[in-house]
Design a protein around this ligand. Structure first.
Ligand SMILES: *Cc1c(COP(=O)(O)O)cnc(C)c1O
Length: 370
């Protein structure tokens, strides 16, 4: 059947290009070890306690999960000292981003707002959902111009996404600035929800005061998104959650497919919340590795942007090779990092913080290449 009559917003979607897999790279370059520092995954892997729980619960895979994930909601309410009625759980925070659009927005009528460049899921899901994306350029140092972002927003804008710490730069705005923006937003567009994506907040210095969620100062018109993909090391299980205002969470649960979080993912998430030591160890190794990589890259003349996340964005020294060439040369040495051409930053690269030996191998490879 030829699909010639699809909606334009679907026909114009680009195919996702995942790049070569670890196995394909190993074969192509005849390597025994491939190091992946491309997707901001956990350098410690995933908690051994979580692995035990998954194995122990495997026999229950034949059961449907409990609808509404009440046990995980309870555990998250406890972790953040909030009312469990505010919690939304999704198949990755990606699912929550998509559902918020479908719940709050009318196709072809409403818009979303975000900075440019930003996490690609916001504009892509907006397009799929028939929503215009209003983009506000980041400042040249990758910091946020909240006043300019506010100017992009009007009565049709139902969602505004702010990522803190930001991807791909690692920039983290002061919490007072975010709160001030939320206040101005509530005046300019009372119907617009500010979505603060805190996927990387655990890695920020002083997360307890940097996060409006942790400090108990979440404005009434704001939601926070968190994920188990980064500091908890469970990217492959797809678990995200949100803290939503007022009655929005109840609509979220009505709109969500009943079983989008699978039964083993739910058990894993509950166990991961209990393994405090693993999360602390992750945060420690990321903060140390971040310093090591930033120093190492600066030593060979790269410009490194300050990062509060588990990755660093950097630019190669003037008059050296191109970012694309550097990426390919690292691949040939079995190290995968992230090109930022899809973020419209073709002269920059992003490297995820690895474990001690991965970080060392990356810096040695960079020294050899430059
Ligand atoms: C990694 C990441 C997420 C997490 O997405 P999941 O769907 O929970 O894996 C969310 N937001 C940003 C900006 C990210 O980089």
């Amino acid at each position: 059947m030829p699909h010639t009559d699809l909606p334009g917003r679907i026909r114009s979607l680009d195919a996702y290009s995942p790049g070569l897999s670890i196995d394909e790279i190993r074969q192509k370059y005849n390597l025994s070890v491939v190091i992946k520092m491309a997707s901001n995954e956990n350098p410690l892997g995933c908690s051994p306690l979580v692995q035990q729980v998954i194995a122990r619960k495997a026999p229950y895979a034949f059961r449907y999960p409990q609808s509404g994930n009440p046990r995980l909601c309870e555990a998250l309410a406890e972790r953040h000292k909030i009312d469990k009625a505010q919690i939304a759980i999704g198949n990755g925070s990606d699912e929550i981003i998509d559902l918020l659009m479908r719940i709050l927005c009318e196709p072809r009528k409403h818009s979303i707002a975000c900075f440019e460049p930003c996490f690609s899921i916001y504009p892509i899901q907006a397009q799929i959902n028939g929503l215009e994306t209003r983009r506000c350029a980041l400042k040249s140092d990758f910091s946020f111009d909240f006043d300019k972002l506010l100017e992009k927003i009007d009565g049709s804008t139902r969602l505004c996404f702010v990522t803190t710490p930001d991807n791909p730069s690692g920039y983290c705005p002061e919490p007072e600035k975010v709160a001030e923006f939320a206040q101005k937003l509530s005046v300019r567009a009372p119907e617009c929800l500010l979505v603060i994506d805190e996927a990387y907040m655990d890695f920020a210095p002083n997360a307890g005061t940097t996060s409006l969620l942790e400090s108990g100062k979440l404005p009434a018109n704001a939601a926070v998104l968190r994920t188990f993909s980064k500091s908890y090391g469970l990217a492959g299980l797809r678990i995200g959650y949100g803290i939503l205002p007022d009655d929005l969470a109840s609509y979220y649960w009505r709109a969500r497919l009943p079983f989008s979080l699978n039964i083993l993912a739910e058990e894993a998430a509950i166990a991961a919340l209990e393994d405090y030591a693993f999360r602390e160890a992750t945060i420690k190794i990321v903060r140390e590795g971040r310093k090591f990589l930033a120093t190492g890259l600066a030593r060979i003349g790269c410009h490194v942007w300050p990062s509060a996340a588990n990755f660093l964005m950097f630019k190669l020294p003037k008059n050296s090779i191109s970012a694309a060439e550097c990426f390919e040369k690292l691949l040939a040495k079995g190290i995968i990092i992230r090109k930022l051409a899809s973020y419209n930053l073709p002269d920059k690269l992003r490297v995820s913080i690895g474990n001690t030996s991965e970080n060392l191998a990356f810096i040695e490879a960079m020294e050899a290449i430059l």
